[in-house]
Design a protein around this ligand. Structure first.
Ligand code: UAG
Ligand code: ATP
Length: 496
């Protein structure tokens, strides 16, 4: 592609060279540069991409984009921008011919619920015979083929490439999770969103955003990129704040919640252990709904999906059937073993709010104790210790017994993470209601060993994930298989 076309609408200073040349590809990683390629240097969190410019030139880069002053002797094109990640988003969108202008894109943001809503929407859109693609924590889905993503919301170059693959695959709609990192780091800049959905906001990722206000402002950016509808949870405090902010935007606002004040709301909610029924009220009519996932959080998540289906002119009856067709979501309240009232549930709850909700949902229908196995993933800085304290407090206040263990400790000391969690449990009065087992597999085994008839074991934090990152090593860790294996061996000795 001609470099000048790739640079369309980008503000830059030409340091030297020609912009009227062909480039073969774009890379932001020197290791991926190809002959006659463009290399864009990013000052990252771990290393500075500008230090790899020589390597990129050795690999054949003929265009270099920088955000810092650098000395480049070679006779190549060098351009300077004020923000490399933002520039990457602009040129990536140009390189792939601005694909989001040809797709109906739904972006979902908020601390919890994004993946679940995207799966409700997938089920509804497919039932309505619409062709859809998905981008999120579980991976990228095109034509029902799932590919793993490094990030929930990929870097702009990878993202724009994915959009273009969706168009090639004749996909009309793209449902994507938009993380606060993505919004903060311009991964979705210059993407056109038709609809933006806000779920809720509770403490998470404060290592990047420092405080809740910054975190909120990052999330709010999505609602400046949406053209047709902003769909917002009116019951969430930050949702209310967002409503105040976006009310003056031209994009239409649609609220959802449990209250009659919402445009789309639920009444007559009836909870059971494996699902919920309620009546939904929408501007196009009312209907009885059945959701095959338990608890109030899935009432909220399904309402968000119904609101989005409404904005996309999907008949309510089709929406109802689509929601009902979704039998479960991997690692979201997934019952991996059940015998009468005894249950082992795997859930991706890895924030304090999610953990609290998960325990309370299980408690509603439990006959015995709720035993929780959980850890806190490595989260650098002071905010990391805040999270450990908060998760410890939730366990002390709501679980009957907790087994504190590891959850992707990465380069941090797992014993120290556990110690900080258990200290919070003790400070919250839970001295006799926990134990600590650093090895996650052993912790699960211990939970099963101490459990009795009617107990429910909640294994929280890893959900759909199939590996654990300890140090720099990724170890296979399939929680469902581990549970079934332990149960199988145990049953040879003793029937639960
Ligand atoms: C903290 C964070 O967000 N890091 C992201 C960031 O990496 P970074 O800035 O640390 O990169 P770096 O290693 O310092 O490298 C800087 C630059 O040098 C380049 N480089 C590096 C080495 C080399 O030999 N040559 C070279 O050119 C790199 O390609 C990069 O462009 O930019 C990378 C490229 O976009 C991201 O993949 C990476 O996400 C990492 C993997 C990550 O773990 N991110 C998490 C925190 C994240 O983004 N999570 C959100 C939310 C998840 C949720 O929903 O909870 C997500 O969307 O996934
Ligand atoms: N609406 C909600 N409110 C609070 N907690 C929720 C809600 N929906 C889901 N959760 C909890 O959060 C966990 C993660 O849910 P989900 O994967 O849908 O969220 P997410 O926003 O995609 O999270 P992540 O970005 O970390 O992948 C679930 O396993 C559940 O415990």
């Amino acid at each position: 592609m001609l470099l000048s076309s790739v640079l369309q609408d980008l503000k830059y200073d030409k340091i030297k060279g020609d912009t009227n040349i062909e480039i073969s590809a774009i890379a932001y990683d020197s290791r991926k540069v190809v002959k006659n390629g463009l290399f864009l240097a990013i000052s990252g969190f771990a290393v500075d991409g500008h230090t790899f410019i020589d390597k990129a030139i050795d690999k054949g880069a003929t265009v270099i984009i920088v955000e810092e002053d650098v000395k480049i002797e070679e006779d190549i094109t060098v351009l300077k921008v004020t923000n490399s990640r933002n520039a990457l988003a602009r040129i990536s969108s140009n390189y792939y011919h601005r694909p989001t202008e040809k797709l109906n894109v739904v972006g979902i943001t908020g601390t919890n619920g994004k993946t679940s809503i995207s799966y409700f929407l997938k089920s509804i859109f497919e039932h309505a015979e619409r062709s859809i693609g998905l981008i999120g924590t579980i991976g990228t889905v095109i034509n029902n083929k799932v590919e793993k993503n490094l990030n929930t919301t990929p870097e702009s170059l990878n993202l724009q490439h994915t959009f273009s693959k969706m168009i090639e695959a004749r996909t009309d709609h793209c449902i994507m999770e938009v993380s606060s990192h993505a919004l903060n780091l311009d991964r979705v800049a210059y993407s056109h969103f038709n609809t933006a959905i806000f779920t809720n906001l509770s403490p998470d990722h404060l290592e990047l955003h420092h405080d809740m206000e910054e975190y909120f402002e990052a999330k709010a950016k999505l609602f400046e990129l949406s053209k047709d509808y902003n769909i917002i949870n009116i019951d969430d405090d930050y949702g209310k704040k967002l409503i105040n902010k976006v009310e003056k935007y031209e994009t239409k606002l649609l609220t959802y919640g449990l209250d009659k004040d919402a445009d789309i709301f639920a009444s007559n909610i009836k909870y059971s252990a494996d699902g919920t029924t309620y009546k939904v009220h929408t501007p196009s009519g009312n209907m009885d709904m059945k959701v095959n996932l338990p608890g109030v959080i899935y009432v909220y998540n399904s309402l968000a999906a119904i609101a989005c289906a409404y904005c996309n002119q999907i008949p309510l009856e089709v929406t109802k059937e689509g929601i009902q067709k979704l039998e479960g979501i991997k690692g979201r309240f997934e019952v991996v073993y059940q015998k009468n009232n005894y249950k082992i549930v795997i859930d991706f709850a890895h924030t304090e709010d999610a953990l609290k909700n998960a325990i309370l949902t299980l408690k509603q229908h439990a006959k015995g104790r709720i035993i929780v196995v959980f850890g806190v993933y490595a989260d650098p800085g002071e905010s990391g210790t805040d999270k450990r304290r908060a998760m410890g407090q939730v366990a002390a206040n709501y679980a009957d017994f907790s087994i504190v263990t590891s959850d992707n400790p990465k380069d941090q000391d797992p014993d120290l993470i556990i110690q900080e969690i258990t200290q919070a449990i003790e400070e919250s009065g839970g001295t006799d209601t926990y134990d600590a087992v650093v090895d996650r597999k052993e912790a699960i085994k211990y939970a099963i060993d101490i459990s009795e008839q009617d107990d429910i074991i909640l294994i929280a934090g890893k959900g759909h994930e199939t590996s654990q990152v300890i140090g720099t090593t990724e170890i296979p860790f399939n929680e469902k298989e581990i549970v079934l294996d332990i149960i199988k061996n145990k049953n040879q000795v003793l029937e639960i």
